[in-house]
Write a protein that binds this ligand. Structure first.
Ligand code: PEP
Ligand code: MG
Length: 540
């Protein structure tokens, strides 16, 4: 979610902290500071008893997690399973037990053992790994709580939980039915908690920098624009409530559009598909509410601590999504590593990774890795309506080489009598060379405009740099002209053209994209209803 720093709420005398909106919404309530009971651990009489205390605490924490997992599904259940697996892993408890044998106390031994792991994750270049540090901190605290028999105090209903970060299990154990929200001094919009908050509609802001004091003043959390106000009164509080009311009305109206097919106010049908990043994402989406998957990113498979994924792991992941889609199209993108998505063990160190060996360039440079993904895709294609596209294509030669690799692997699978199917092969249009001169790419089965990258390359304004965010605008006439040209080229040559960048789900950008001639958008699931509502208001 973009971290907008502007708001309609006028500045006044209240304490005003600005951060990044990680889950849109509004909440009003008392501040509740997250902390840990402060109970002290009493050392046992011998190393053997210390070891026993730690083992018991790990068992207690595991039992609590298993109980929580029993009442949870989807993304949250996956996360709890990861935590349970980590607790069962000797590589965490082993060093702690060795330190106890050498004379350390159980709490210090456990904290130190986890501390080293957490530090490793925290300095990872990839946001995915940095976000996993929170899961490890969570299990560190779970075991420490079990050692000291400490339970965190319950927040009052509707409170705004503040702190450096919040443990996913704390989120899951909190009752959000009375409202409330989360305001973190650090945190990440890519964390598990942020994903959970988005899927459950809990407002959340990260990166506030400063923590407000706990007190009687009511806090107003504007997680649409990333602002926390403490002690706001009069005009400020009124403006906040008006914005909250307008947001709730927009959401409600949008929900009423979710189930029907999208069409503009003057009756033009628009296809709306979803973007997903993990097969588990589909569990919370009703396939009846969308026209298929317009973009499945596969980087998540390549960003795991366990190393690069084997063919079977990939095949099962792709198959799961194809089966869920029940015949609707699923467009899977071959791995787009590099740039903003480094993959340890795959991407290379470069002075300017956005202009370097990324996307299809890297896949073609490492055919032994690319071929594994191609085989998994060819096999999965028998389970549904698969389309495959290549990211960061700049010249037609890249498309031809990638298509030749598909043909080669298909022939090898046929010779080995392995069930497979050759899917239509398309390209992302996200490098300006393709948008400016699309003719050499007329052989591709379809185009999907990657407006995130196309905008940053056309405007020379990085997609992840807040100080040039105003320049990074899809509605700039230069970007819209290129999008319109590509849409027109597609119509002339009967090449389907869709758009799968974030702009597709942005209600402010949607009328411009439709005016540019697009009739096929792919959006993050959380924006599906709002996108359909914005389409319903537009005329073309
Ligand atoms: C894009 O660039 O618009 C796109 C959809 O791809 P990604 O955001 O994964 O680079
Ligand atoms: Mg891109």
């Amino acid at each position: 979610m973009p971290g907008l720093r502007s708001t309609d709420i006028p500045a006044g005398r209240a304490l005003r902290l600005e951060g990044i909106a990680a889950s849109a919404g509004y909440a009003e309530g008392p501040i509740f500071r997250l902390g840990h009971g402060g109970a002290r651990y009493e050392r046992r009489a011998s190393a053997a008893l210390e070891a026993e205390a730690l083992t018991q605490a790990i068992d207690t924490a595991s039992a609590r997690l298993a109980e929580l997992a029993g009442s949870t599904t989807g993304e949250a259940a996956d996360m709890l399973e990861f935590q349970l697996a980590m607790l069962a892993d000797d590589s965490l408890s082993g060093p702690a037990l060795a330190a106890i044998a050498a004379g350390a106390a159980a709490d210090a031994a456990w904290s130190d053992a986890l501390g080293g792991e957490i530090a490793g994750y925290e300095v990872a270049e990839d946001e995915y790994f940095r976000a996993r540090a929170a899961d490890l901190k969570d299990i560190r605290q779970q075991v420490l709580d079990a050692l000291t028999s400490a339970d965190e105090a319950h927040a009052p209903a509707g409170a705004i939980l503040t702190g450096e970060d919040i443990a996913p299990t704390r989120f899951l154990a909190t009752d959000w039915s009375q409202g409330g929200g989360i305001a973190l001094t650090k945190g990440s919009s890519a964390s598990h908690v942020a994903m959970l908050a988005r899927s459950r509609g809990v407002p959340m802001v990260v990166g506030l920098g400063e923590e407000p004091a706990e007190g009687n003043a009511t806090a107003l959390l504007d997680a649409e624009h990333g602002v926390l106000l403490i002690g706001a009164g009069g005009g400020e509080a009124d403006a906040f409530r008006r914005a909250a009311h307008a947001f709730a009305t927009r959401r409600r109206l949008a929900e009423s559009h979710l189930r029907g097919p999208a069409k503009t106010a003057d009756g033009t049908p628009v296809r709306v598909q979803v973007n997903i990043a993990d097969p588990a994402d589909v569990e919370t989406i009703d396939i009846a509410t969308c026209d298929g998957v317009g973009l499945m990113r596969t980087e998540f498979l390549f960003g795991k601590a366990s190393g690069l994924p084997d063919e079977e792991t990939q095949y099962l992941a792709y198959r799961r999504v194809l089966e869920w889609a029940a015949g609707k199209p699923v467009t899977i993108r071959t791995v787009d590593a590099g740039g903003d998505k480094p993959v340890p063990g795959f991407t290379v160190e470069e002075s300017n990774p956005f202009l370097g060996l990324r996307g299809i360039r890297l896949s073609l440079a490492r055919p032994e890795i690319f071929r594994v993904q191609i085989r998994a895709l060819l096999r999965a294609a028998t389970h549904g309506n698969l389309k495959v596209m290549f990211p960061m294509v700049a010249v037609a030669e890249e498309y031809r080489r990638a298509a030749a690799l598909f043909a080669g692997e298909a022939a090898a699978l046929a010779a080995a009598r392995v069930a497979h199917r050759e899917p239509p092969l398309g390209i992302m249009v996200e490098v300006p060379s393709v948008a400016v001169a699309p003719e050499p790419f007329a052989g591709a089965a379809f185009f999907s405009i990657g407006s995130n990258d196309l905008t940053q390359y056309v405007m020379a304004a990085a997609r992840d740099n807040a100080s040039v965010a105003a320049l990074n605008a899809v509605t700039n006439p230069a970007v819209l002209k290129l999008i319109a040209d590509v849409a027109a080229f597609g119509r002339e040559r009967a090449i389907p053209v869709s758009l799968c960048g974030d702009a597709g789900g942005d209600p402010a950008a949607i009328p411009h994209l439709l005016m540019a001639g697009l009739r096929d958008l792919s959006v993050v699931p959380a924006q599906l209803a709002l996108a359909k509502a914005a389409i319903a208001e537009a005329t073309v």
